[in-house]
Design a protein around this ligand. Structure first.
Ligand SMILES: Nc1ncnc2c1ncn2[C@@H]1O[C@H](COP(=O)(O)OP(=O)(O)OP(=O)(O)O)[C@@H](O)[C@H]1O
Ligand SMILES: O=C(O)c1ccc[n+]([C@@H]2O[C@H](COP(=O)([O-])O)[C@@H](O)[C@H]2O)c1
Length: 202
């Protein structure tokens, strides 16, 4: 049987406990052998006002996943540069590792947004999706177009109302980010003064 590899794509600016719990639950819900955390170089549908550089976002992911043997870093989108379209990533991964089955993990809020991904039918031909229900974003498979219904599985996820946006805002306001990121990530952010003056940092 092919090894089932979960892909946790994200901006990870910064990576937080919501991402880590989601990846851990995805292993159980999706029968995955591993999850690869894959930082985008440039996310397709977000403004460019990011706080951390691609290198900083990658280093924070490395710090966050270091003690879980099933979590890996996937740098394919960082290495490629440019806008990180999933269709290019899915094609490159399938070509590089034909002996793997890839399962793209998406937060519940993202599931209904899948039809808007660039060339989504081509993406869905190469990977399946595991949607983790996020608090405040109820989803039903019937809400998806027919070509996606057989390619998406939904699973419950504990209500962790944490987002990178909220963490960046807390930093700007001088509030604590303890426990919403792992300790090594918190130290990294605080030592580098990340997100304190988000506009000046880049
Ligand atoms: N608290 C959470 N629980 C479950 N999944 C999450 C959570 N936060 C983010 N995700 C999912 O993780 C993936 C990567 O998310 P991303 O890096 O954009 O984080 P984010 O917290 O949503 O960031 P931002 O606030 O900057 O938009 C997406 O599929 C997203 O839906
Ligand atoms: O390919 C697309 O059109 C596309 C559109 C939106 C999101 N994605 C991917 O979904 C993942 C999460 O995206 P984001 O914007 O929440 O960081 C990340 O791997 C993105 O590359 C991909």
């Amino acid at each position: 049987m092919k090894r089932r590899v979960g892909l946790m794509g994200g901006t990870f600016d910064p990576v937080h406990v919501g991402h880590l719990v989601a990846a851990e639950r995805a292993i159980e819900a999706g029968g995955l052998d591993e999850v690869r955390f894959m930082p985008t170089f440039r996310p397709p549908h977000k403004s460019s006002r990011l706080g951390g550089t691609p290198e900083e976002r990658r280093e924070m992911v490395e710090l966050a996943i270091q003690d879980n043997p099933r979590f890996r870093l996937e740098t394919i989108e960082l290495d490629r540069g440019g806008v990180s379209y999933a269709v290019e990533t899915a094609a490159a991964l399938s070509a590089r590792e034909p002996d793997r089955e890839f399962v793209w993990i998406v937060g519940g809020d993202m599931v209904l947004y899948l039809p808007q991904w660039h060339r989504i039918e081509d993406v869905a031909a190469q990977v399946t999706f595991l949607g983790l229900t996020r608090p405040g974003y109820p989803v039903a498979i019937e809400q998806l177009p027919p070509y996606l219904r057989t390619r998406v599985t939904l699973a419950d996820m504990p209500a962790l109302d944490v987002s990178s946006t909220d963490i960046r805002e807390r930093r700007e306001r001088g509030l604590s980010i303890r426990y919403v990121v792992t300790e090594p990530v918190r130290r990294y952010i605080e030592e580098r003064g990340l997100y304190v003056h988000a506009d000046e940092h880049r």
